[in-house]
Write a protein that binds this ligand. Structure first.
Ligand SMILES: [Zn+2]
Length: 165
């Protein structure tokens, strides 16, 4: 008589996919900036909007965004989500906050991890600053930014970021 066995419910299948990504001229400027611990954007010569990271052209005007713009280290949370779902490989204790951060002087937000504040205190308009990894760990990727943390400034007025939510 065959012994009773449990049904198979999960299966480990180690899969690896290697690929090369060509960043291009515009994104390379941004990535080199990240490797130096700073944000680099590009301005559209027609509408003056500053994109970070820039794809090399303005999506509205279709012209190259050649002008490089050094952006500061601070920004505003325009919207956010609370991550409450555990998943394999998770390295951050839940709940945690992933937010759209609009850097001062930029016209597009990007995703950033918010730390050093209880999750239930994060809000739209929260003023934050980037916390960078140690200088010897900086590299050409967003992994150079450990997270964003509150600056302690008063919240930004809704009108200042309402077009970016
Ligand atoms: Zn434009």
């Amino acid at each position: 008589m065959a012994e009773a066995r449990e049904p198979v419910t999960t299966l480990d299948t180690p899969i690896r996919l290697e690929y090369l990504f060509s960043a291009g001229i515009a994104q390379s400027k941004n990535l080199r900036g990240l490797a130096e611990g700073r944000f680099v954007g590009q301005r559209c010569p027609v509408c003056s909007k500053v994109y970070v990271p820039s794809r090399g052209s303005c999506p509205v005007d279709g012209v190259p965004t050649d002008e490089e713009v050094a952006l500061g280290n601070t920004g505003t949370v325009t919207t956010f989500c609370v991550v409450n779902v555990p998943f394999a490989g998770q390295s951050i204790e839940i709940p945690y906050i992933v937010a759209q951060v609009l850097l001062d002087g930029a016209d597009i937000s990007f995703m950033g991890l918010i730390q050093e504040i209880p999750a239930d205190q994060v809000r739209m308009g929260l003023r934050v600053e980037a916390v960078w990894v140690e200088p010897d760990q900086l590299g050409p990727s967003m992994a150079s930014v450990k997270h964003f943390r509150p600056t302690g400034e008063p919240d930004a007025e809704y009108a200042s970021y309402k077009d970016y939510t």
